[in-house]
Ligand binder design. Sequence first.
Ligand code: PEP
Length: 255
Amino acid sequence: MKRRSIIAANWKMNGNLSLITEMIIGLNEVQLAENVDVVVCPSFPYLATFSHLAQTENLQQSIHLGSQNVSEQKSGAYTGEISTDMLKECAVQYVIVGHSERRSIYKETSSLVAQKVTQVLDAGLTPILCVGESESERENEQTNAVLSAQLQPVIDSIGIEKFKDVVIAYEPVWAIGTGKTASPEMAQETHRFIREFLALNSSDIAAKVSLLYGGSVNAANCETLFAQPDIDGGLIGGASLKVDEFKIICSTTKG
Ligand code: PEP
């Protein structure tokens, strides 16, 4: 079965209204391969504007809107939080969950991440579940143990079958925003490990899950990274804020 390729833009706490407009107009010019989906994840205040402009500009169907986070709660007295229902009203389809910045700065645990994945799936949205090791964990050969410990609570919480609706982004923490990209071989080896880990529960599901690589992906390195057999696209931070570079990444992706 051919997996879909996904290019997701994580704008983090960057961008503004004019970038939203420029990106929508720019992405509408990109010739995307048939099997490729693009997801743009701006900050919460821009989601409704993005979906409104996407409609008025008649944005191509394979470009979707994503959010960078969500509450694990359905609704209620959680000041400052955003629910899946609110995201759906803004036409959001994908939600980044467990980004390393959420895990390290905001102390999100793997069990909280698992609750968020559950909430996102229950709402009929697609989680982009981020996992990845720190530099010292890689140096100490703990990468596979760290990834297993991040994935297992989600498997325990939702069950392996539901992973058919989950996208996983492998993002080595040492490669995020640093300009240090994992080599294509290293990234492939870790992606293969993730797929094999899922296959311990179901080889059928493991073969279907789209696995994205994230960590200093740019227009110059994306082609070799995405050509690896277990890499099905990327989660792009810095380079997704530059419309022309992001367009190249999207159009280079073969699907
Ligand atoms: C990210 O924030 O998910 C990311 C991969 O950032 P960058 O591409 O800037 O390394």
